[in-house]
Write a protein that binds this ligand. Structure first.
Ligand code: HEM
Length: 503
């Protein structure tokens, strides 16, 4: 957002901006007059001419500002982000109404330029509109990857992943008992390995990329198809807020996003071609790509995007959630001890496995409390109202963008006592069902609910339990209050560094 306001005058140049501003002003005036005419509109946040409420969102954490406004204006209100009339939802009740009851009127996506380019214009299940591509993509993902029988094929790989992480930490503790350990690096490496095996049938160690003229390592593959893309997704282009300025170039933004997208594409193509060559040479493997090649008539581009989606989605969301859980446990010794006690009672001398999870209510509470306080997606990808509807009793016209503030829902003081505190005990209350995976809004709701939630829950809970079973965790000195995020994302700003003592 800072970049947005900083680039605005420079990008257009005097006469261009002036001319476009006239067009813009006319459009905004029209929107405002229309909203004035509407009797039962949600409360509006006062803003400025032309830029609307944009200047109030400059600190790059809009989810926090939205949550603060909801204390004054209520769980639903409207604002103008630049020229776009937007309704923001900040309570579970209203968000669910939009995502479940009113889904048929709010089922399409309004994408930012970055999302549009990186998703190749909605060619991802999570970013697509509700239609044929979404239905087919979701069905393939369930059958080829997330369904029970598909998941069963990867149980051994998942167990191996847990063993590898424990052994990496153990070796490094033996080497230097006082060392600090980079949790993110160890966990991401193993999750990426699992994602590659699930998606491409093997732990790819390198791939030759013709366009780069060289072989790239596994770390580079992860950087290009996961980390760079996730960082680029939250890139803001000021033209997103002023669609009538679309014709004005924004070179730095365009270059960054198109380069990141192009690099992702050539690496994904190289990975897919490498796998195809192995299939042709008769090498059989269980993988999502093998499943899609056998069972679908997708275009090359669709195939690439669906496989990319599960690799990128599968790695970062689970990594972020588990990192936050370990951060909270490492700085809350009392809660860590309580979890360790539960592990001992349930597992005794046995190593924790998925089978133990249903008997571990405190672990379940730790996971859900982490999702509540640190959602991986603070704001859901925007939706768009394509036919006038009502929300919380207010009339919301077609053409309005809908922002669902997951962070705001999870911090709602009317629903959660002391919401800013990480307190797993709140989920031990009998009003919460242990088996309910959607106690917070962090996996979404309704028809677009997360399809990876079962896998993420099981990997994250088993990992947390095994980490606590094997070691006592303590955050690096001085890092006790490093709870900030990277802008509006769910990424922990400072990667987690810990001291470990074997139990
Ligand atoms: C803790 C981990 C995770 C969190 C917090 C999370 C969060 C979410 C949320 C909030 C949505 C709903 C988006 C919306 O309504 O606009 C979603 C959808 C989705 N998630 Fe996840 N996710 C996680 C793990 C995963 C994993 C591991 C995968 C796949 C490998 C995955 C794949 C998807 C897909 C494909 C959708 C789109 C579903 C649809 O639109 O029908 N997620 N996720």
């Amino acid at each position: 957002m800072e970049a947005l306001l900083a680039t605005l005058p420079a990008a257009g140049g005097g006469a261009v901006v002036a001319a476009a501003a006239v067009v813009g002003l006319a459009a905004i005036t029209r929107v405002r007059m229309e909203s004035k005419k509407r009797p039962n509109a949600p409360p509006a946040i006062p803003g400025l001419p032309i830029i609307g409420n944009l200047h109030q969102l400059m600190e790059a954490k809009p989810h926090k500002t939205f949550a603060k406004w909801s204390e004054t204006y209520g769980p639903i209100y409207t604002l103008n982000i630049g020229a776009l009339p937007t309704v923001v939802l900040n309570s579970t009740e209203v968000a669910k109404e939009a995502m479940v009851a009113k889904f048929s009127s709010i089922s399409s996506r309004k994408l930012t330029k970055a999302l549009s380019l990186l998703s190749r214009d909605k060619m991802m299940v999570a970013i697509s509109d509700h239609g044929d591509f979404h239905k087919i993509g979701k069905r393939f993902a369930m059958m080829g990857l997330f369904g029970f029988s598909a998941q069963k094929q990867f149980w051994d790989t998942r167990k191996q992943m847990m063993d590898n992480m424990i052994s990496t930490f153990r070796t490094s503790v033996i080497d230097d008992p006082h060392a600090t350990h980079d949790f993110r690096k160890v966990f991401r490496d193993e999750l990426f390995r699992l994602s590659m095996i699930q998606s491409l049938g093997e732990d790819v160690s390198s791939v030759y990329v013709e366009e780069f003229g060289r072989e790239i390592s596994k770390d580079e593959i992860c950087q290009i198809i996961v980390i760079d893309i996730m960082q680029c997704l939250s890139a803001v282009d000021w033209r997103d807020f002023f669609p009538y300025f679309n014709w004005v170039p924004n070179k730095s933004f365009d270059t960054r996003v198109t380069t990141t997208e192009a690099r992702r594409t050539v690496v994904m193509r190289a990975l897919i071609n490498q796998r195809k060559e192995r299939i042709e040479s008769g090498e059989a493997r269980v993988s999502y790509l093998d499943f899609l090649l056998e069972n679908s008539t997708l275009t090359e581009e669709q195939l690439m995007m669906l496989v990319f989606e599960v690799i990128a989605g599968g790695t970062e969301t689970t990594m972020m959630t588990t990192e936050w859980a370990m951060y909270e446990l490492a700085r809350n010794r009392e809660k860590q001890d309580r979890l360790y006690q539960e592990i001992q009672e349930v597992c005794g001398d046995d190593t924790v496995t998925d089978d133990h999870l249903p008997r571990m209510p405190y672990l379940n509470a730790v996971f859900h409390e982490t999702l509540r306080l640190h959602p991986a997606a603070t704001l859901l990808p925007p939706r768009f109202i394509h036919e006038t509807t009502t929300l919380a009793g207010y009339q919301v016209p077609a053409g309005t963008e809908v922002m669902i503030n997951v962070y705001g829902c999870n911090m709602d003081k009317n629903q959660w006592e002391d919401p800013e505190e990480w307190r797993p005990e709140r989920f031990l209350d009998s009003k919460f069902d242990v088996t309910d995976m959607y106690k917070t809004m962090s996996f979404g709701a309704g028809k677009r609910i997360c399809i990876g939630s079962a896998q993420a829950t099981s990997i994250s809970c088993t990992a947390i339990a095994r980490f606590v079973q094997e070691f006592t965790w303590r955050v690096r000195e001085g890092d006790e209050d490093k709870g900030d995020t990277v802008q509006l994302t769910g990424y922990k700003l400072q990667p987690l560094y810990v001291h470990l003592s074997p139990r």
